[in-house]
Write a protein that binds this ligand. Sequence first.
Ligand SMILES: [Zn+2]
Length: 414
Amino acid sequence: MHSTVVIHRAPWLFSMAGPALADGAVAVHDNRIVGTGRFSDLQGRIPGAVIVDHPDCVLMPGLVNAHIHLELSHLAHLAQQRKSQSFVDWLTTMLAERERLGAVGQAVEKAARTVLQGQFDAGVIALADIGNTPLARTLTEQFPGILFPFLEYLGLGRRSLVPALKKLARQEDGIACTAHAPYSTHPELIRALKKRSDNLGNMFPIHVAEPASETSLLSNDGGELADFLRRRGFYENIFQGAGIDITGSVRYLHSLGVLDAKTICVHGVHVSRDEIRLLQQAGAKVCLCPGSNRFLQVGRAPVTEYLAQGILPALGTDSAASNPELSIWREMRCVAEDHPTAPPMTILRMATIGGAQALALEAGYGTLETGKSASLLAVSIPGSMKKQQDVAEHLVHRGYESRKAWITNGSGEQ
Ligand SMILES: [Zn+2]
């Protein structure tokens, strides 16, 4: 308990709630923000506060990694090798490696813990994890930030549908469940999972339009995913039905009735302008994974079109098996490199408030504003930077190599 208000002062305040401020400050009391603004104003408003200087730093909110698979962390060697030939090549290799090395066990857990700690050390305050095993659920309590574990369901065939629905009906309410992807999950299972999510008030993340071949599979036009499923004996043309639109992944999910403000469409690479409008109208969230998309060579998400239609996407690293660097800082750099017209400040907002909105955490996180959590980050910058634009560009392009410190309480840094 700190009875005194502490004012943290830095050359720059990037609150993400408004323009950046030079000589900015954040006043903190009992782990809550009680004021933000220019240092001189805040000092005048709160006499007697303890002042802590953070020279050559930017104060900003913690980042959000809106999509990760911690249980695949032991497969990091897959993303350190050459780039995959195709999405299906990677999928085949990943499944074989997971079979060979095991999906559970000490090595799997150790790798996941290391990755999770690395996320926090790099300034990530909240993550959404997708897994087929209980691993992430066992990690939530020790994690100093917020970790949302989602148990993923998949299964395409008609025969697997009834057992999957029965399993879902028996699932404890405390376990958030979600569907893997349109290409891997029976439409009735997707609907049942979404309905259960809504009943429990959970978010509903789902991989959408990651490889181009998802659309050709849905519309029964073949493609490498259809071939892959055929080879594994899972192929069934179960996507067509009355009132079901199979001309695009987003249209398909919309016609299944599962797109709303609690749905997080992860990847969203192969989506048309009309589909982005559907997402916007539904208030659905979008999480982009540019680093993983680059490694798997599935294409680039239409970032400028999302922004033009009023969607601020979140960012996610995806797993260590498909991304050589699990860093939201690097995801920001990938967006900037792939979409040079995207403003750096907008890219920083994707990694903070965009992620917080996707995970329904914006009441406490994502920006530095009065009443929100005082989990703030001090990120070092070269002392010579005098312009907001230079600082924003530096954070986006070079933030991965900056020193980061959490200011979680009172006057100290940890
Ligand atoms: Zn994923």
